[in-house]
Structure formats: structure tokens, C-alpha cells
Design a protein around this ligand. Structure first.
Ligand SMILES: [Zn+2]
Length: 440
């Protein structure tokens, strides 16, 4: 590993660029300016871009000698979560320290350490004239608080890109590099039921008036998954089944039953563990996240609220699924009850592992790590990737995070080995993606 990569990372990690409240805004500006300065030092152009009242984006460009070369957009975020209680940290969160092959600091894995190899290698190759693609740098400062400045930038950037690389993801284990080709979308829904002006006495009115918790239960019964854990067919419309390459790749992973057991969960149905990767990556799922209502005394509750998350498989349209879910709930509402729904939606994303950019990326990772990468689907959502997919960019979602990195928790850390693989992978990705040819 280039020792300067580690030095740079330690320098960047020492800036407490916290975006999740009680951070100092000056540190946000410093961490963003750090990126701009790094690109300029390598001979590129870079600036801070401000959209609305959000934290600045660091946007830059490292051009290669061949004007017809493809443009690769690299994305990361310089903001970090707050450290939480300092006494839970073995060393101060913004004084990076190496212990047992790991670098400890807030942001070490999420996302400074994961992302920096992409920037460092692009700068190093640009500075010595060996960069084979144009690299457009996009580093945001609101990922941890779900700001929308970066989405607005991606929607409005007229130049487009031939491919994008996002290192904000991980590996199933330290020996297996991975490319995440699918991300689920989501409809997050708040369901409010009102059945009376105020809570009533259960002795005087019970059995005669509507009970908001009972009504809410009735509505939920309409949309909850069956005993096999599957949601009803109406909520599964549009699902794209996994490809043969993906299915083959999933067989190399920790068996699903074991993955569930390691997390401390229990299968919803016999056999569900075996189907874990297919259920998690390529099916819809609905969970009630919270129910609030009533009091622990003799009342008939007048109001009840539930929060639901409907995760959508790639292929499903979030707006359409929001409407279907709302219609199912409305149809089950008894006369006299009032229903209010409020939703936020996020799109799913799916990249065909057989398309040129993904094939080149898989070969690049195999060269860098000495082992073929697996193709994963994540059950979670990365909204920025869906924005890039909507622009038609093939996105290589990868990175070298591991379950032991303690993201968002005390003693966050990143393996030096992951940093090394990140550096090698960045170099091979730029070399490999040059074969795409320009266009954007
Ligand atoms: Zn995070």
C-alpha cells in the first residue's frame, strides 16, 4: 500500500465532520475543502457546490490525456455520524489509532476509509499521467442525515457519466470481494386511525363505540404477510427475478439459516432461512415497525398509529406500490373511522451483472484481490444509487467493509487489509473501465 494513502486517511479522519447534529459546521467545511484541495494538488479542477441550505458537495474532475476516454463518476461521503458516548471508545474517535491491523476512528469505514482509495488512486494516476479514464469526483456531506443536495446534483448534471463507482458497501467476509448489483426500494408509511374525539370509558362505552386500536389491527391484518412471511400478490407486482449468475453467486455465501442465526433472528417459517438471499434481495417484504396507541387502563382508545415499511424488490414501482398499499388499507376501514396516511418512497436499483461495465468491474476486482467477486443484492436501500440508475449509469456498488467494522457504533474501525484491497481495486477498476469507451 502507498504509505501516503494511510497518511491522507488519518489526516481526513481527524476532521470531526459530523452531520447528525451537535457537530461544528466549520469542520464540515474543512472536510469538504480537504477533498477540493486533494484534487487540485493532483492537477485536477474542483470546487464546493452549494445546493439550498445543505452541506457543500465537493465536486471535481481529473481528466486523462485521451479526450475520448470514458468518464467514471466516483461517489463517497465526507460526513460522519456523531461518536455517541466517548467513554465507550477505546481511543478518541477523532484521533485515529492503529491496533491489530485495524484503523480506529469515526468514519474509518463509513465512508472515508472505504471511499478514499478511489480518490487517492485517481489523484496519483492523474499526477503521474497514467490515468486511463476521466474521473469525476462527487463527495457529499449529508449522507448520514439523508439530505437531498446530492440527488439534485445528479439529476441536474448535464454531462452524464459512462459508469459510476460507489464504495460504501462491503464484503460478506474478509476473503470475498463483492459487487452489490441490487438494492431494494421502500415505501415507508405512517397509518393514523381516529375513531372518537377523545379516549372513552371502557365500562360506559365499550362494545358500543369504535376502538382505534381494534380498527388499526383490522387494517394491518389486511396487509401483513401470511404465516410463510410472503406479502400478498398485489404487493409483489413487478418483481424482477434474480439472474442465473446471481443465484450461482449466492450459493457461495454463508447459508441463509446461518446468516439469520448469526444476527440472533429466527426464521419466519420452516424453509425461510434457506430462501434468505432470495427473500432479502429479490422479494418484497412488509414489516410493522411500531404501533402506538391507548393507555394501560380502562379506556377505549380514540387514536392509534402504526409505522410500516414495505421493502420493494428491484423491478417494483414505489409510487404504484404506495397506491396499492393505501387502497388495501382504505378498503378495510369501517364506517365512522378516519384514516390518514403519509408515505415516503425510495426507488430500487438493479444492475445486470452481464452488462459491460459490471463484467469489467468483476474482472478488475478479481485481478486486484486474486479472487472472483460475488454478486450480492442488498435488502437495504441507497437512494443515491437509484438516482444514478435513473440517469442510466451502470453503477459499481462495492467496497471492503466488514461486519466487524462497527459502523455508527463506538470503536468504528477499518481493516488495513481492506484499505489495501480498496487501493488495488481502484487502480484495476480505472484500467478496466477504460475499455468502455467514451460517450458521456
Ligand atoms: Zn453511515
Amino acid at each position: 500500500m502507498d504509505p501516503r494513502l494511510l497518511e491522507e486517511l488519518i489526516d481526513w479522519l481527524a476532521i470531526p465532520s459530523i452531520s447528525t447534529g451537535d457537530g461544528d459546521h466549520a469542520e464540515i467545511e474543512r472536510a469538504a475543502a480537504w477533498v477540493v484541495e486533494r484534487v487540485r494538488r493532483a492537477g485536477g479542477e474542483a470546487e464546493l457546490v452549494r445546493i439550498g441550505a445543505g452541506n457543500p458537495l465537493a465536486v471535481g474532475e481529473l481528466r486523462c490525456a485521451n479526450p475520448a476516454a470514458p468518464t467514471v463518476l466516483i461517489y463517497g461521503h465526507y460526513d460522519v455520524q456523531g461518536p455517541g458516548p466517548l467513554q465507550l471508545w477505546s481511543s478518541p474517535p477523532f484521533e485515529p489509532e492503529i491496533r491489530d491491523g485495524r484503523l480506529y476512528a469515526r468514519g474509518a469505514a463509513d465512508d472515508k476509509g472505504n471511499f478514499l482509495p478511489l480518490l487517492h488512486v485517481a489523484c496519483a494516476m492523474a499526477a503521474d499521467g497514467t490515468l486511463p479514464v476521466h474521473v469525476r469526483v462527487l463527495v457529499e456531506g449529508e449522507e448520514e442525515r439523508a439530505g437531498d443536495a446530492v440527488a439534485a446534483w445528479i439529476r441536474s448534471d448535464q454531462r452524464g457519466a459512462d459508469a459510476a463507482i460507489v464504495f460504501d458497501s462491503g464484503m460478506p467476509d474478509a476473503a470475498t470481494p463483492a459487487i452489490t448489483v441490487g438494492l431494494r426500494g421502500m415505501v415507508m408509511l405512517t397509518v393514523d386511525v381516529r375513531t372518537a374525539e377523545r379516549n372513552l370509558h371502557s365500562g360506559l362505552y365499550g362494545g358500543s363505540v369504535l376502538n382505534a386500536l381494534h380498527v388499526l389491527n383490522g387494517l394491518l391484518a389486511e396487509v401483513l404477510p401470511g404465516p410463510d412471511g410472503r406479502v400478498r400478490e398485489e404487493l409483489r407486482a413487478g418483481i424482477s427475478p434474480p439472474s442465473a449468475v446471481e443465484l450461482q453467486s449466492w450459493r457461495l455465501l454463508v447459508p441463509g439459516e446461518q446468516a439469520i442465526a448469526l444476527a440472533g433472528g429466527r426464521p419466519v417459517h420452516p424453509g425461510a432461512g434457506e430462501e434468505y438471499y432470495e427473500r432479502n434481495g429479490a422479494d418484497a417484504s412488509l414489516d410493522v415497525n411500531q404501533i402506538v396507541g391507548g393507555e394501560a387502563r380502562t379506556v377505549v382508545p380514540a387514536h392509534a398509529q402504526a409505522t410500516l415499511s414495505l421493502r420493494l424488490a428491484p423491478g417494483q414501482d414505489p409510487e404504484r406500490m404506495r397506491a396499492v398499499l393505501a387502497e388495501l388499507l382504505r378498503a378495510a376501514l369501517p364506517d365512522g373511522a378516519e384514516l390518514e396516511l403519509s408515505a415516503t418512497c425510495a426507488a430500487a436499483a438493479l444492475f445486470d451483472p452481464e452488462q459491460p461495465a459490471l463484467r469489467l468491474a468483476a474482472a478488475a476486482l478479481a485481478r486486484a484481490c486474486g479472487r472472483e467477486p460475488v454478486f450480492l443484492r442488498s435488502g437495504g436501500s441507497i437512494p443515491i444509487v437509484a438516482e444514478m440508475a435513473a440517469r442510466g449509469y451502470p453503477v459499481i456498488v462495492s467496497g471492503f467493509g466488514l461486519p466487524a467494522d462497527n459502523l455508527h457504533a463506538p470503536d468504528e474501525s477499518y481493516e488495513l487489509h481492506s484499505l489495501e484491497w480498496g487501493e488495488a481495486a481502484a487502480r484495476e477498476l480505472y484500467v478496466g473501465l477504460a475499455a468502455l469507451g467514451g460517450g458521456a
